[in-house]
Design a protein around this ligand. Sequence first.
Ligand SMILES: O=C(O)CCC(=O)C(=O)O
Length: 242
Amino acid sequence: MSSFLEEDRIEGLPATAFYIADFITAEEEQYLLGKIATAPKPRWKQLSKRRLQTWPSDLTKNTLLEAPLPGWLTDTIVSRLTSLPISTSEPAHIFQNSPHHAPNHVLINEYKPGEGIMPHKDGTAYHPVVCTISLGGSLCLEIFESNEDGTTELKPKWRILQEPRSLLITTDQLYTDYLHGIAETTEDVDLGPSTVSNWKLLRSTTEYEKGRYDRQTRTSLTYRDVIKVSKLGNKFAMFGKR
Ligand SMILES: O=C(O)CCC(=O)C(=O)O
């Protein structure tokens, strides 16, 4: 792994995205998949085109009820994230300027072949940094521009190929000004150095030599810092009751 995030910056994208192949090991990937699979059934929310676990809990009015993340989601991963300096001139880590200096919330999305997520922005509940770890399979995250009238361009402007065990970090204007989504398809096509922004940073391109990839089940862990956190004593304020 590089010593600075800057070495893994994805070029040609609006500021800023970093991609680190093999951020976690194959053993860590299996451990995380096992923990996700054995989480209590009610943890899963079945949506029309994916299923979702939210840790430690859903937000209410953009606020998180204070609770620690489980150790299996934080051990190794959070310390690895917060020990990576951005660059020689900026020794801070990626969550250094976030309100809690570390992620406090994780969404786990599972996409079967053919599933995806509509283009969207992540909004103002979070500090504008998202760290995504991919497990199981590869797929493309698509980045969209908004038109002046607020509608979204139909075609993605850029694509980021996320391999299993990789880490993708999106921040700055890429977080605030652009939309991201995952196409509901069973294969990602037209893959190559001119169509995939992080091609040079991939662990291996041999799997995509024919320019296409059959989707497998892919699980993502998205780590974020929720800005507003309410202590248990303030629960009633949070739910708008007295
Ligand atoms: O699964 C992913 O990589 C993207 C998830 C996503 O867009 C989100 O949680 O807002």
